[in-house]
Design a protein around this ligand. Structure first.
Ligand SMILES: Cc1cc2nc3c(=O)[nH]c(=O)nc-3n(C[C@H](O)[C@H](O)[C@H](O)COP(=O)(O)O)c2cc1C
Length: 217
């Protein structure tokens, strides 16, 4: 791709998609449609149910980097998540350097596995949510927007043969300072290749999880 900075580009400085997402954003503004639809370099596990059933968090990652085309897809996947009023009340901080990752490890209770090949910080951005509701509701929407976006990225990473660890335990103020924002971070998503592929974890029985509500006549 041309390294010259295009003023009309749809991606930020410091992150450049492998493939140009194209100029036609009329289909879904802001969504890197071309990236999502692009034929992949490898055959993927695209059965969403299989992806869900086999996803397993990891804390032991290999040093292998995440391919650029996979990073593109993980970021584009976040952009497909539903958001309150479609206002996209969240932001993603893409951590591209080693030093910042090491600082994030410290801010995350010294969880060393935060330092993975791909680190994304999802933040709330309630100011984007232009709905006439009380501030408390807007905050709730924004936290849900950021969380859903991260979950979509996490599933996309699994579909791409990667693994991840969702980090919720961190010092919010420190993370804000490290990434240089006033926005409240909701989760760190740390992605890479697992050293070992492990089966999905047990969950409770559906009968314990699901509560049927049925009004008696
Ligand atoms: C809201 C939330 C916060 C989490 N925070 C952490 C964390 O700070 N550190 C960590 O090692 N794992 C964290 N995890 C990962 C969970 O421990 C993991 O998802 C859980 O054990 C289920 O395993 P699975 O993802 O393989 O199904 C978090 C997950 C969620 C959803």
């Amino acid at each position: 791709m041309d390294k010259k900075i295009d003023p009309k580009r749809t991606w930020p400085k410091g992150y450049e998609p492998k493939e140009d997402p194209g100029e036609d954003l009329s289909i879904r503004l802001g969504l890197m449609t071309n990236i999502l639809n692009k034929k992949t370099e490898k055959k993927l596990n695209t059965d969403i149910f299989k992806v869900m059933a086999t996803r397993r968090s990891t804390r032991k990652f290999s040093k292998n980097p995440v391919e650029k085309w996979k990073i593109d897809k993980i970021l584009a996947a976040a952009d497909t998540a539903p958001t309150a009023g479609n206002f996209q009340g969240f932001e993603i901080f893409y951590i591209s350097d080693k030093e910042t990752k090491e600082e994030l490890v410290k801010a995350a209770n010294k969880q060393a596995y935060v330092n993975t090949p791909l680190v994304l910080v999802f933040c709330m951005n309630p100011t984007r949510v232009k709905l006439d509701f009380p501030a408390k509701v807007i905050m709730k929407f924004s936290i849900q927007d950021a969380t859903l976006a991260a979950a979509y990225s996490q599933l996309a990473a699994s579909a791409l043969g990667l693994s991840s660890i969702w980090i919720g335990m961190f010092d919010e103020e420190k993370v804000k300072e490290i990434i240089g924002t006033e926005l409240r971070p909701t989760s760190l998503l740390c992605i890479g290749y697992p050293i070992k592929k492990r089966p999905a974890k047990q969950r409770r029985q559906l009968k314990e999880l699901i509560h049927v509500v049925e009004k008696k006549d």
